[in-house]
Design a protein around this ligand. Sequence first.
Ligand code: SF4
Ligand code: SF4
Length: 367
Amino acid sequence: MYYNDFNGLKISALGFGALRLPMVEGEKNKIDREKGQIILDAALKSGINFIDTAYTYLGGDSEKFLGEALKKYPRDSYYLSTKFYARHGVTIKEAFEIECERLQTDHIDFYLLHSLDEDFIEDYMDQETIDYLLELKRTGRVSFIGFSTHATPDVLERFLDHFDGFDMAIMQLNYVDWTLLHAKEQYELLTKHNIPVWVMEPLKGGRLATLNEKAEKILKEYDPDASLASWGMRFLQGLENVKTVMSGMNDVSQVEDNAKTFAERKPLSEEEYEVLMKAKEAFLEEMGVPCSACRYCCDTCPEELNIPLLIQGYNEFKISGTTWKLPNFEKAKGAEHCVACGECLKHCPQNIDIPSIMEEFAGLLKK
Ligand code: SF4
Ligand code: SF4
């Protein structure tokens, strides 16, 4: 395992995300303690020293499990990160105390605001919340403060213009979302504000660990021994402002494969980068529509549909089977409102068959 320097600490380049742990069959939000312990032990043995959870993960059982499972390790042998989620019926002060109790500690290394987006920006810009974070840091109950984000670049910019005294941020970043979900702009904004980046969803919820046949063939022909996951991880190793890549590993073989990739920092060479981009194109050819979000189509739509947002939702749904991580998507007028008038077709420089996409997407969401 290699480590990155962060304010004098050595943080493992691979972190452990405690969201995708094995569950007790048939029970909601109950982690299988025995299996979970084996995975966590393997992670710590591999050299991982950064563990991330949140108030809401697995209905609170993620924090409770970690509190129990980490007891056998000295408190200074790992760094603990957890988060406050606004509008969950508790204030940040109450949440922090509950989280310390669940985690069986009086000190949190990294304390974060959870999942910044348009809906939560006002909650997280609230002065009392920010003051409380700063107080936690001043009194030493927390070492570093941060936030995790699913925000669009404009919302993130508004947030950072209001307050940017954070020590770190966690964002969704992988070689597909780099362009598909505007991760590049978000990464650059955080870098501009001198905020180091921790990565979540490095493999897009595991989807980039399997890809599709055509993309896999491209990568395997170039390097038969490299796992598909390792390509995604090495893409991230090339980003200077990334401190730790967090992965939600739910079996020991994943821990081992990831630990192998993070044994040393080995960013992609230029040639490898080109190969990966070719594989990404092959993946998106099948899984995604190449909308450039130019919005030329939008003004002519009689239903005033936010067509690029819907196409983004369509892509996301095809790749990950969900749309919940897309900012603003839930509130937007849905694809089922398309009346197939074809007006948009006259304006799309990418020749995207928008009405067909809308019809297919509406059908997929109905299922
Ligand atoms: S085909 Fe659908 S999306 Fe395109 S302009 Fe007409 S209603 Fe809007
Ligand atoms: S015109 Fe085409 S490329 Fe531009 S936003 Fe609309 S669908 Fe996307």
